[in-house]
Design a protein around this ligand. Structure first.
Ligand code: HEC
Ligand code: HEC
Length: 200
């Protein structure tokens, strides 16, 4: 019985990356030593300038690392770090971070009105702006959908806001997110980011 539990757990913990390579979380943990300084020992980053990677949907991290390596996603720091990574390294790193747990965030009293503005857009979108409900792809609780729709719950609000502004300006390329962010105001992006970060 225990043997089956352990085999099934191993299967569940072993992410299959976008490239179809099965990652090994233990190998990923060793390779992630190069990432600890910015993304935290367990993928919970201590600095709003660096995204948390813990609990990300399987496949997303491998996909983003491949995008940094090819230059499809531009960022000076991550483009350099992704260069030496093989598809296997990316799959291992992906499996390690997917097996970690993201720490929950809460909203302060003075942000409740802002969060409620964000909630209405997140859950219902805006017919007037032709913006779809975010939860259709990022999930009702912000947990994302493997492998392409990232988790947003528990992420640094500053990072979410920065990425939405980058999609809006075109600085971060996004076939899906570009047109959506383009139609949102900076205020709506701010409200959404505060709301999403505190989803659990
Ligand atoms: C010197 C700091 C630093 C180090 C070290 C670092 N990163 Fe990053 N990482 C960043 C920054 C900054 C961003 C945000 C990039 C952006 O704004 O597009 C980022 C973004 C990412 C993202 C995108 C997350 C998302 O939600 O889209 C992934 C995946 C990632 N890093 C993985 C790694 C891995 C794996 C390593 C180790 C091999 C690593 N990083 C090492 C700074 C770092
Ligand atoms: C049709 C599906 C879809 C909808 C609807 C959608 N998203 Fe996304 N979102 C994506 C995909 C796919 C990505 C990953 C983009 C990439 O790989 O370049 C993403 C990425 C993001 C990111 C970056 C996360 C990270 O870790 O870097 C944020 C923030 C985000 N979306 C917020 C939103 C918000 C806010 C809404 C609603 C206004 C929304 N999304 C609606 C599909 C969607």
């Amino acid at each position: 019985m225990n043997r089956w539990v352990s085999i099934i757990t191993t299967i569940l913990m072993t992410g299959v990356s976008a490239q179809g390579i099965a990652g090994d979380p233990a190998a990923g943990e060793a390779k992630a030593q190069a990432c600890v300084a910015c993304h935290g020992a367990d993928g919970n980053s201590a600095n709003s300038g660096f995204p948390s990677l813990a609990g990300q949907v399987p496949g997303y991290i491998a996909g983003q690392l491949a995008a940094f390596k090819s230059g499809k996603r531009a960022n000076a720091i991550m483009m350099g770090l992704a260069q030496p990574l093989s598809a296997e390294d990316m799959a291992d790193l992906d499996a390690w971070y997917a097996s970690q747990t993201i720490a929950p965030r809460s909203i302060s009293e003075d942000q409740l009105a802002l969060a409620s503005e964000g909630e209405s857009l997140y859950r219902g979108g805006s017919a007037e702006l032709a913006v779809p409900a975010c939860m259709a792809c990022h999930g009702p609780a912000g947990h994302g959908i493997p492998s392409n729709y990232p988790r947003v719950a528990g992420q640094w609000p500053e990072y979410l806001e920065g990425q939405l502004l980058a999609f809006k300006s075109g600085e971060r390329a996004g076939k899906i997110m570009g047109p959506i962010a383009h139609r949102l105001s900076a205020q709506q992006i701010h409200a959404l980011s505060v709301y999403m970060s505190a989803l659990q």
